[in-house]
Design a protein around this ligand. Structure first.
Ligand code: ZN
Length: 336
């Protein structure tokens, strides 16, 4: 057994000797306690110092955290303000976009109308076109926008743009096809006797059975008579080739032109023949002048359309003419 430096049962005795007659005070202290006490005190001081230091350090860290938190908070506040600004700006842009979508919609509608106008001009069939409102008025009180409104507006705008995309693709295809149809139609109209052969469009005698102006008996009129002044221009009703010109007792001075699709046009009673047999003429070219030669009661043009050798009413062809290609004028009356 190892023996302790200070035995537990050993004691020290302290004597206090006061002055005078007071009795002597005597303290008996355990030797072990006497040695351990200073050690315990030193230990306590050490623990207290460590705790103080730890506390101090924790405090410093806490301060640091606090200031960090404050600066982070400020940064967040700043970011939030910035984000709010961005959101406001985006809202504004969205509203603008929505307006643009509406204006593009109006433009597309205008293009649809334009297409319809072009079709009507050249006499092409129309597709069903429900007219939309042209109302452009704006106004009303200002109501602050809510999040739901913004989401709704964004959704609506997206839908408009999606449908506009489809509509523009459709329109592009349709316009391309309309252009082709219009070109074909114009080509057809050019080679068909649709052009009024005189500036006047006043018919004085129609195609078919009529009372003959000379004999007073019923007879067949193979063309139409169009009123006019002597010397007025006579135009080729369609592109073609002049196959015959000359003078005959009943026709007077005449011109005959052949066209595509088995069509022929004839122009009688001219005062002057300008085209020559064999000429290639274009629709609207001057081929002669109005007169009253042959079997005629006064200056006028007798105009015939012959299809595969059979005389037909020229009016359905002339009605196909593009609007505004000829003008009406006041003229004298003549038949033949
Ligand atoms: Zn006639």
């Amino acid at each position: 057994m190892k023996k302790s430096v200070v035995p537990r049962n050993k004691h020290f005795t302290f004597l206090v000797l006061p002055d005078g007659a007071s009795p002597v005070l005597r303290f008996r202290v355990n030797a072990y306690l006497l040695v351990m006490l200073p050690i315990i005190i030193v230990l306590l001081i050490a623990i207290a110092s460590t705790l103080y230091l730890l506390h101090d350090r924790a405090r410093g860290q806490l301060d640091q955290l606090h200031s960090k938190l404050t600066s982070t908070n400020e940064a967040y506040t700043l970011q939030l303000a910035k984000k709010e600004g961005t959101i406001k700006q985006l809202q504004g842009e969205l509203a603008q976009l929505a307006q643009q979508a509406e204006s593009v919609e109006v433009r597309v509608e205008e293009l649809n109308k334009l297409e319809s106008d072009v079709k009507s001009l050249v006499g092409l069939p129309q597709e069903n076109d429900a007219a939309k409102s042209d109302d452009n008025g704006v106004g009303g009180e200002f109501v602050e926008i809510k999040e739901d409104d913004i989401v709704g507006l964004a959704h609506n705008t997206e839908m408009i743009f999606n449908s506009l995309g489809d509509e523009i693709t459709d329109l592009k295809e349709r316009l391309s096809s309309t252009r082709e149809q219009a070109q074909k139609r114009l080509q057809t109209l050019r080679v068909t006797p649709t052009y009024w052969p005189t500036q006047s469009q006043r018919i004085t005698s129609f195609f078919g059975v009529r009372m003959d102006p000379f004999s007073g008996e019923a007879g067949v009129h193979k063309g139409i008579d169009i009123a006019g002044h002597r010397g007025d221009s006579v135009f080729a009703a369609a592109d073609g080739r002049v196959v015959d010109t000359g003078t005959m007792t009943e026709r007077g001075n005449y011109v005959t032109i052949t066209h595509a699709m088995g069509l022929t046009t004839r122009y009688f009673h001219l005062s002057k023949i300008i085209a020559h047999t064999g000429d290639r003429v274009q629709q609207g070219d001057v081929i002669g002048e109005i007169g009253s030669t042959g079997r005629s009661t006064g200056p006028h043009l007798h105009f015939e359309v012959v299809k595969h050798g059979v005389s037909v009413d020229p009016r359905p062809y002339l009605k196909m003419a593009i609007k505004g290609s000829s003008a009406n004028v006041q003229v004298e009356k003549g038949q033949g």
